[in-house]
Design a protein around this ligand. Structure first.
Ligand code: FES
Length: 130
């Protein structure tokens, strides 16, 4: 079984309100696509902690204690907060900032061409490659 990455159309830039996830069924997976001030991001709609619908969570930043020894990232509008237990994951990488959990959300590449938004999702391909 080899993996082939295929682009899947998920609307146009006009369909996206800032920080509002849109949920799609792609290759049998629920995938959320969101536009933020930093660009477009796509995540598997499943929290790696305990399986909540992660993309039902809010796009947010992180409030940090202001310890002078700590480099404060802020992460403003760069995280999604899981609706179940509040773990946060970076939209760009799926990582949990500050190592709150080692679990990592699954992310997908998004590209925008002439106003059309596409998510690149690997599909399981059996047999010879086309
Ligand atoms: S299921 Fe997402 S934080 Fe627990």
């Amino acid at each position: 079984v080899s993996k082939e990455v295929a682009p899947h159309g998920v609307g146009t830039v006009d369909d996206y309100a800032i920080n509002q996830f849109r949920i799609f069924d792609i290759e049998g997976k629920s995938i959320g696509v969101v536009r933020t001030k930093s660009g477009y991001f796509a995540l598997l709609n499943r929290c790696p902690h305990a399986g909540a619908k992660l993309c039902k969570g809010r796009v947010t930043g992180s409030n940090l204690p202001s310890d002078p020894d700590v480099y404060v990232y802020g992460f403003r509008d760069e995280l999604v907060r899981c609706p179940w237990h509040g773990y946060e994951f970076e939209l760009a990488t799926g990582r949990s900032p500050f190592g709150t959990t080692r679990a990592r959300a699954k992310t997908y590449e998004v590209r925008v061409t002439d106003g059309s938004v596409e998510v690149l999702v690997p599909s399981a391909v059996r047999g010879e490659r086309g």
